[in-house]
Design a protein. Structure first.
Length: 62
């Protein structure tokens, strides 16, 4: 049961990251290119880190 939750969290994190990256590139008017790249990299890093934390937590709660 908890393994399914961990998989759901990982998939949601990946989808969230993809949507964020796509939205950043589809709305270039809101950001300059440099700020867009910096923001995207920071958000991707934080999202990836949160995916690892959630996955680690649920796997070790089994």
């Amino acid at each position: 049961m908890k393994l399914k939750k961990a998989i759901i969290f990982v998939c949601a994190g990946i989808i969230y990251t993809i949507i964020l990256n796509i939205s950043r590139f589809l709305l270039p008017d809101l950001f300059t290119l440099i700020n867009m790249i910096k923001t995207t990299h920071v958000l991707s890093f934080l999202t990836g880190l949160s995916i690892l934390v959630f996955g680690w937590y649920f796997i070790h709660e089994l």
